[in-house]
Design a binder for this molecule. Structure first.
Ligand code: PGA
Length: 243
């Protein structure tokens, strides 16, 4: 079977107006038409969902959400629940992005948000990643393992197909980033994540969970990261706002 890559565009708060969102979605749609072996999803801000959904109608590009509430419904001002996201037409949702975690989202809350997402029938793109670049000492492994195990604890083999893992080392994300990870260091961490997933879900189910990389991905390094890092795709921030 041919290997398909998953590329998720995380627009964060870079794209702000419905007009810009429509224009960019249209341009991405045109680019993706000729891209073979790539599955693509766009995660716009909630306020732009409607405009993007209209632009993507009839295309193969899926709609995703950038975050999800840990709560099911009720008195949670400003929150958007998994059911609401599902009703918008989203297929997947980013859970536990480091920028959301930095705002106070705990591991327990990530776990609850995962549960809400899966219960609503969404696929969860679970983000994990260490703060500091310290691959020489391997301390990032302990950190990633604890984030990962905490989030997947409630799930078994049958749920594995509802999960996507996005490895996003925080030091490599956004404008403050030093640089993207090297393909070799990425490969090493991907092997480690696969080991945890297979221990938890069993060999076959664990190996089938896609692992994406995110953090300073752009046109210049995407191919090397995918091929050298042995990932199933990419979660792209800044660079995803250029079609
Ligand atoms: P970046 O962000 O590509 O701008 O580094 C990636 C992400 O945070 O998902």
């Amino acid at each position: 079977m041919e290997k398909r890559l998953l590329v998720i565009a995380n627009w964060k708060m870079y794209v702000t107006t419905p007009k810009d969102a429509s224009r960019l979605a249209k341009a991405i749609r045109a680019e993706v038409r000729t891209a073979r072996k790539i599955d693509c999803a766009i995660a716009p801000a909630f306020t732009l969902m409607d405009s993007v959904a209209k632009e993507l109608k009839g295309s193969k590009i899926a709609l995703a959400a950038q975050t999800v509430s840990a709560h099911e419904s009720g008195a949670h001002t400003g929150d958007v629940s998994a059911e609401m996201i599902k009703a918008l037409g989203c297929k997947s949702v980013i859970v536990g992005h480091s920028e959301v975690r930095a705002g106070g989202q705990s591991d327990a809350s990530v776990r609850a948000a995962m549960k809400r997402s899966l219960d609503a029938g969404l696929r969860a793109v679970l983000c994990v990643g260490e703060h500091e670049r310290d691959h020489d000492h391997g301390s990032h492994f302990t950190f990633i393992e604890s984030q990962l195990r905490s989030a997947i604890a409630d799930y078994a083999k049958a749920d594995a197909s509802k999960l996507i893992i996005a490895y996003e080392p925080i030091w490599a994300i956004g404008e403050q980033a030093q640089a993207a990870i090297t393909p070799l260091a990425l490969r090493e961490t991907v092997i480690f994540i696969k080991k945890i997933l297979t221990q938890h879900f069993g060999r076959e189910a664990g190996m089938a969970i896609p692992i994406l990389y995110g953090g300073s991905v752009d046109e210049s390094n995407a191919r090397a990261l995918v091929e050298g890092g042995d990932v199933s795709g990419l979660l792209v921030g800044r660079a995803s706002t250029t079609a």
